[in-house]
Design a protein. Structure first.
Ligand SMILES: [Zn+2]
Length: 169
């Protein structure tokens, strides 16, 4: 009884799930990218030792996503998800279902896909020399990454992504 009451505050409200942050192992690059597209704070390192991965997840209070049973057994079930499928869409579905993540359309494309930083608006005039002329002519709103300075805009890829995600949203 008391145990259940202790657990409840953690899974209470949308704050917790929308604030979930992740660390994906080196086999889960595509899943990491899609979690970023959905707006979740997701770290991913192409090369990282298992021990470092486990420590980083604990230090940052991130949920570790792994395809490696050894890693999953080392870090307790509380902060680790063993990802079952090889297929990224099934992986995404598993993480969303298991953590009951709330997907908010407003959060889509709010993070840099390359480095995970939160994107910030940038004035159109500032991107003139840095995007293709057609894009500059046809788009009004731009955002950029404060860390790696990549510029993003609502291109045709957005509707493609929304089509892919529609069953999940
Ligand atoms: Zn970036």
């Amino acid at each position: 009884m008391t145990r259940q009451e202790q657990i409840r505050p953690q899974s209470d409200g949308s704050e917790t799930s929308s604030g979930s942050s992740f660390l994906a192992d080196d086999q889960l690059g595509k899943l990491a990218r899609w979690l970023r597209i959905l707006g979740f704070d997701t770290l991913y390192f192409r090369e990282i030792e298992d021990r470092q991965l486990i420590r980083k997840a604990a230090d940052d209070n991130r949920i570790l996503l792994t395809r490696d049973t050894r890693i999953a057994s080392h870090s307790g079930p509380a902060n680790c998800i063993f990802v079952e499928s090889d297929n990224w869409i099934d992986q995404l579905k598993q993480v969303i279902a298991q953590l009951k993540l709330k997907l908010t359309p407003d959060n889509l494309f709010s993070r840099c896909l390359l480095c995970n930083s939160a994107l910030e608006p940038i004035p159109k005039a500032d991107v003139k020399e840095r995007v293709p002329p057609f894009v500059f002519q046809t788009q009004e709103e731009f955002v950029h990454c404060p860390s790696c300075d990549k510029i993003y805009w609502q291109g045709t890829h957005v509707s493609h992504v929304l089509d892919v995600l529609k069953p999940l949203l």
